[in-house]
Design a protein around this ligand. Structure first.
Ligand SMILES: Nc1nc2c(c(=O)[nH]1)N[C@H]1C(S)=C(S)[C@@H](COP(=O)(O)O)O[C@H]1N2
Ligand SMILES: [Mo]
Length: 204
């Protein structure tokens, strides 16, 4: 079963969608970078995965390409994002989307565009054909089924697609700092989110 948030969990997705990653936003050229991503060197890593609702899965083995490699050797030459475009929005085939800071994506080697899990191509449950893996950031930032990556100069072109976006979507979402939500304190959020854990764990 595929885990998804809100209305996105009910979207029917193809079992093996083609690798198609459109680069959009404040760019000189809108292009499909799928074929080029497939040519980048693959890395394998084992990392922990933390959902904001307080469940974690430890030691997950991902294979993919480094986001920094993708940005420098594909995105910059092909799409020429505006150097001021520091917000990166990942769009999933199910309609879900979430934004990350470009600086956070480039800061660490463990940020991947992953295409395999436990040595096998990503299935539709975990994000086929390609998903973001940013282990330092909560699960909701790790967008699955990525089909479009937008580089934006301003947050105005972006809206988190769930209710109460300004509360539920922290601009950075770092696990170590428990950046779960904006404005709301963790002592309040943790018990509320915990109510959703049993259902989420069954599906993940
Ligand atoms: N496209 C898409 N990506 C998504 C979501 C979603 O609903 N749609 N849910 C997010 C959340 S909240 C979590 S915790 C993880 C779950 O990843 P998993 O299904 O591989 O366990 O995916 C994230 N990425
Ligand atoms: Mo999550």
């Amino acid at each position: 079963m595929r885990f998804g948030l809100g209305r996105f969990k009910n979207r029917k997705l193809p079992a093996a969608p083609p690798l198609q990653v459109r680069l959009r936003g404040d760019v000189a050229a809108e292009v499909d970078a799928g074929p080029q991503i497939a040519t980048l060197p693959k890395v394998e890593q084992i990392s922990d995965f933390h959902c904001v609702t307080t469940w974690s899965r430890l030691g997950v083995r991902w294979t993919g390409v480094r986001f920094a490699d993708f940005y420098h050797t594909i995105a910059i030459p092909m799409a020429e994002p505006d150097p001021q475009a520091r917000l990166v929005v990942f769009h999933g085939l199910d309609g879900y989307r979430c934004a990350m800071n470009l600086d956070d994506l480039l800061a660490s080697d463990d940020v991947l565009l992953a295409t395999a899990l436990d040595g096998a191509p990503l299935g539709v449950e975990h994000g086929a054909p390609l998903r973001l893996i940013a282990p330092a950031h909560y699960g909701y930032k790790n967008v699955k089924h990525v089909v479009r990556i937008e580089f934006l100069k301003s947050r105005r072109g972006y809206r988190f697609p769930l209710p109460y976006p300004s509360l539920m979507d922290h601009p950075r979402g770092r696990v170590a700092l428990e950046e779960r939500a904006r404005f709301l304190p963790n002592w309040l959020i943790r018990p509320i989110y915990k109510l959703f854990v049993p259902k989420a764990v069954r599906k993940s």
